[in-house]
Every structure is written in structure tokens, then in C-alpha cells.
Design a protein around this ligand. Sequence first.
Ligand SMILES: [Zn+2]
Ligand SMILES: [Zn+2]
Length: 88
Amino acid sequence: MISGSGRCHYHPQRPGLGICVECKNVICVECTTQFEGINRCSTCLSAKLAKVKRPVTRREWSAGNVFLALMAVGLLYGTVYFLASLAA
Ligand SMILES: [Zn+2]
Ligand SMILES: [Zn+2]
């Protein structure tokens, strides 16, 4: 398809086999990863997988959980203190 530099971008001593759809680099058979039927180099695939595997919402959710837990403890403590002051 593309003539000229038929060498792998990551392994200059190896012949290139395909082209990564993400970075358009020529990649050898070892660097080629087929994901969803599309050729990607291992660098772009790991970057894509890292993006998929690490949702940003999860971090916010855990931070929100800590905040909610603190609020619940504070509310419970306040309620118990209030009831105790009423009973006294
Ligand atoms: Zn790539
Ligand atoms: Zn390679």
C-alpha cells in the first residue's frame, strides 16, 4: 500500500507489516495488535485500554463516598447528641 519506509517504527531492524490507525506508524508483526478488527500498535492499544479501564467517574465516586460517609457519621453523632440532650 505504502512504498518506501517498510520498517517497523519501534523495531527499525524488522520489516513493517501494517500501519497503526492511531499514530500512522509502520509496525511489524510483533507490534501489530488486532483490537475490534483494527490494526493498532501496542503503544496505542495500551493507551486506549488504559483510557477505557480507568474511568474518571470512579475516582469522583469514591471521593463522594468518603464525603457521604463523613456526613452520615456527623449526622448520626449530631442526632444522638441531640436526643441525649432531650432525654437529660
Ligand atoms: Zn500507534
Ligand atoms: Zn515492531
